[in-house]
Ligand binder design. Sequence first.
Ligand code: ATP
Ligand code: MG
Length: 229
Amino acid sequence: HQANVSGNIDIDGISYTYYGSDQPVLKSISLSIKAGEKVALLGRTGCGKSTLLQLLTRNWDPQQGQISLDGVALPKWQEASLRKAITVVSQRVDVFNGSLRENLLLAKPDGSDSELEQVLQQVGLNSLLEGKGLDTWLGEGGRQISGGERRRIGIARALLHDAPILLMDEPTEGLDRRTEQQIIDLLLEHAKDKTVLFITHRLVGLNAMDQICLMDEGSITEQGTHESL
Ligand code: ATP
Ligand code: MG
């Protein structure tokens, strides 16, 4: 089924209010991203960027408007097909109690050890392989991992999950600038032919975007190319 998804995203007038709140967090947002297009989303903290991402992965449904993928409204998609079509690097990466291998296989269940090791090299996590290698236990009772290592595990998963759509929520937050550039280059190379939505506070990677959207208080206030903004 995955092979059939080309990755056109249509966000059509969506509004979203969190349960128990009287203020909408997203106010009538519309945005079209064509298959293979790269779009950056920038905006102040709290303006609703991560909320939009949650709606795109259908963790919640908007109260108004709709989101379609390849012309089909998200609620009509099967959960499993959506998960195959979309890779997410979320703002907070979850590492669960399990081996390093298990933590990576989540993104690619049939990945071979050598494939996993190669990706760990790419994201600069080879040091995690010292000692017990892929059997290294992470999480409770396991190796303590730093915030930066946690991020890189999130990136490694994204590189392993070969889906036509890549959504990234500040994937390099907390990494130093040189590492940030390397990681963004790696992700964009991986996503060369994919549809990309890239949420960021920074400037790294923006020149590779087809569109840049500025968001403020739940609305898209400006939209254009890197040159025009
Ligand atoms: P940041 O750049 O800091 O990550 P953001 O643009 O991603 O910010 P969101 O996380 O989408 O912002 O949050 C938008 C608004 O919605 C904020 O005011 C936030 O407090 C509120 N909010 C986020 N998650 C919830 C939730 N689960 N329940 C209620 N309100 C929430
Ligand atoms: Mg956020």
